[in-house]
Design a protein around this ligand. Structure first.
Ligand code: GLU
Length: 489
């Protein structure tokens, strides 16, 4: 049987990291089994859903590198793929259940339901529908309808027995029917309830495996009951533990990043995010932890290796993958990525700072020193910022880092005088440094640190030889002169 998985987001806001991971796991599982991945938009909540949010959602999933074989944009044989367009189907199946006597109209008001719920909780019982409307006579129903009251429709849960299933992640599960209570499948306004539309669509779309958040675990027996009543084949369900922050609390904006948008805004690379997320609550066997493509991640994805405990989102780990992704990107692609990140940070564009003929060397030089659009982060580290290096190498060079200044004064004016003299005879980097070493009798950091500080304003950064080439002899001379001034004090 062909494996078919799906992701079924509600377009009500930015895609949470946890949901993005759910989407990725489903896509990986399908791809790893030569199957299909379906995107279904659950937009039955008309007030909170919007077309713009759906567009952003699709774009963000695409950004992450996910591709779906069926969906609202891709089409497919099981459409429509937006729940808001499936009303006729829902009505058909609700009628089927009603014709079988499996539903009944419920006129209870939200206030009445809340009261009953409170009483149950106070008595230490799990809240469930008490069955007020379960046995209304036809006359009673007619009388209320005549008064203009609009009923919701409840599904009649069998009084005895239990529903069992084996969760793909958590193993055997058992829910006693008496704890479930008759539940609403169609609201008073005619819109289908989540339990109904979600489960029905999975069955109608031929979904074989569903990985979703553990908050849905208790919904599963209800959905299985509906599918059983309708004689439909249910998918296998697996419930994923939450993604939490380092403090163990549900991941939220407070932790820095919580949505895929947040990560995109910081200029993370899709492959870095994908590699990190594929390991967020799922372990790969390969110990060398190398960066993998979607296909490689999919081939080794294994449900048996999904963790039962909450996954801790750790931005340091994500940055590790970002480093690997950057190292794996070609110069041309890296330039585009740098440009995008720098431009998004606002102000000047990278293109206006870096001369065209020096682009490639610039990319090769600062490659090990860039990580994110660091200016967007609160813990701004200029050493990792593309714009910082562009300005340092091609701008006015009018700022010095604290360490840089200290290195200049430690070296003293004499050092730079010798450097300037040496520069006249040695325009190339290597002979220049050799000459400086012999005139100053310095080696190692004592030799290189002041030079680096003079040329870049800092004591850490890219290879000096490449910086030298990027600056050119005239610029090197000016910066050494300026350093000599500063060192004089
Ligand atoms: N629309 C539901 C959600 O976003 C889908 C849950 C599911 O995957 O079954 O929570």
């Amino acid at each position: 049987m062909m494996v078919r998985t799906r992701f079924a987001p509600s377009p009500t806001g930015d895609l949470h990291v946890g949901n993005a991971r759910t989407a990725l796991f489903n896509a990986l599982y399908a791809a790893g089994h030569g199957g299909q991945f379906v995107l279904r938009i659950e937009d039955t909540d008309a007030e909170r859903s919007s077309a713009e949010k759906e567009i952003t959602l699709l774009r963000d999933l695409g950004w992450l590198g996910l591709r779906w074989q069926e969906g609202p944009d891709a089409g497919g044989p099981h459409g429509p793929y937006r729940q808001s367009e499936r009303g006729a189907l829902y009505r058909t199946y609700i009628k089927k259940l009603t014709d079988m006597g499996m539903t009944y109209p419920c006129f209870c008001t939200p206030a009445e339901l809340a009261l009953a719920r409170k009483a149950q909780l106070a008595a230490g019982r799990p809240p469930r529908y008490v069955g007020t409307c379960a046995h209304l006579s036809a006359a009673e129903t007619a009388a209320r309808t005549a008064k203009g009251l609009k009923p919701a429709l409840r599904f009649r849960v069998p009084g005895d027995g239990q529903t069992e299933f084996t969760d793909l992640v958590r193993g055997p599960q058992r829910f006693a029917h008496r704890d479930i209570g008759d539940f609403v499948i169609c609201r008073a306004d005619g819109s289908p309830a989540f339990f109904f539309s979600n489960g029905l669509d999975d069955a109608l779309m031929g979904i074989t495996h569903v990985l979703r958040g553990e908050d849905h675990l208790a919904n599963t027996p209800r959905q299985l009951l509906i599918m059983k009543a309708l004689d439909l084949t249910a998918p296998h369900y697996g419930h994923l533990s939450m993604v939490v922050g380092q403090d163990g609390q549900p991941l939220s904006k407070r932790h820095g990043s919580a949505s895929l948008r947040d990560l995109i805004a910081q200029n993370y690379m899709p492959l870095a995010v994908m590699n990190y997320m594929a390991r967020l609550g799922h372990a790969y066997i390969d110990m060398d932890n190398k960066l993998m493509s979607f296909a490689e991640l999919a081939a080794q994805f294994d449900m048996a290796r999904i963790s039962h405990s909450p996954a801790h989102f750790d931005e340091n780990h994500l940055r590790h993958w970002q480093k690997l992704a950057i190292a794996n990107t070609s110069d041309d692609e890296l330039w585009i990525w740098m440009k995008h990140g720098a431009d998004a940070a606002g102000g000047t564009t990278l293109e206006s700072i870096v001369p065209k003929n020096k682009r490639q060397l610039f990319v090769q030089t600062v490659r090990p020193n860039v990580l994110l659009s660091a200016e967007l982060k609160s813990d701004y580290k200029p050493q990792f910022d593309v714009l910082h290096w562009a300005r340092t190498l091609f701008g006015d060079h009018d700022f010095m880092m604290k360490d840089g200044l200290a290195a200049l004064s430690d070296a003293g004016a004499e050092y730079f005088k010798k450097a300037l003299t040496g520069l006249a005879d040695n325009p190339e980097y290597k002979p220049f440094v050799d000459a400086l070493a012999s005139t100053t009798q310095l080696r190692g950091p004592d030799l290189y640190k002041p030079l680096r500080a003079a040329l870049t304003g800092d004591t850490h950064g890219p290879e000096l030889k490449q910086i030298w080439e990027l600056l050119g002899q005239e610029c090197v001379r000016q910066r050494l002169e300026k350093a000599a001034e500063i060192a004089k004090g």
